[in-house]
Ligand binder design. Structure first.
Ligand SMILES: C[S@@+](CC[C@H](N)C(=O)[O-])C[C@H]1O[C@@H](n2cnc3c(N)ncnc32)[C@H](O)[C@@H]1O
Length: 204
């Protein structure tokens, strides 16, 4: 049986480095492995609170970069230059605000979105898929041709369909785990590269 250690080595490492969450180590590993963040890049981080991914993404993009976060919850101390929008990613007004704040086509969209769990499996799966669909739609509207997406997904009965949805929009899709994912978790990450705009034009 997997052991669950709430204050594990990643929790301690996050505290030592002044990072708001241990989740930061997941995106640090993924972007390093797949070289996903260009210096000066434009990045949207969906489900950004309390801000662990924002800290890593902002550092990787550098001072010339533009990093915009979205979450239902407020990020207490976003890194300098980062805009953290409080809003629901399924709300079109939030989507428009975030796209506008990016100031141009995004190089990377990341999603660590996870709805509050109710314990009712069917409902939790449906809500996870709903926010993931909203993140994918955000990526379709905001990414540049050739751009990339990293998204948290959960292993479940509709896993194959979920991966297929990414394969329709990206030329390269990989599903992976991160070292910082807790043992026994069904959490996986999709790394999708080579975004293909369906309209062939600039993002709306
Ligand atoms: C695992 S946490 C993200 C942790 C974050 N990546 C970090 O490094 O600190 C998942 C987040 O998804 C957010 N979330 C869930 N549903 C959402 C929605 N519909 N719109 C915006 N954010 C949402 C939650 O509020 C929560 O903060």
């Amino acid at each position: 049986m997997p052991t669950y250690e709430p204050r594990d080595k990643y929790y301690r490492k996050a505290r030592e480095r002044g990072l708001p969450s241990r989740a930061a180590f997941k995106i640090e590993e993924l972007i390093a492995r797949a070289k996903l963040v260009p210096r000066g890049g434009r990045i949207a981080d969906l489900g950004c609170a309390p801000g662990g991914w924002l800290a890593i993404l902002a550092r990787a993009a550098g001072p010339e970069g533009r990093v915009v976060g979205v979450d239902l919850a407020r990020c207490a101390n976003p890194p300098p230059g980062v805009l953290a929008i409080v809003g629901d990613i399924t709300d079109p007004a939030t989507v428009s605000r975030a796209i506008e704040a990016l100031g141009g086509p995004a190089d990377l969209v990341t999603s660590d979105l996870a709805p509050k769990l109710t314990g009712i499996a069917a409902r939790d799966e449906a809500r996870s898929e709903e926010v993931l669909a909203a993140a994918l739609e955000f990526a379709r509207r905001s990414l540049r041709e050739g751009g990339a997406m990293v998204a948290k997904v959960f292993m479940g009965p509709r896993f194959k369909q979920i991966v297929s949805a990414f394969e329709r929009d990206f030329s390269q899709v990989e599903v992976t785990r991160t070292a910082a994912t807790r043992p026994g978790s069904s959490e996986l990450y999709v790394i999708a590269r080579g975004f293909r705009r369906r309209d062939g034009g600039a993002p709306s």
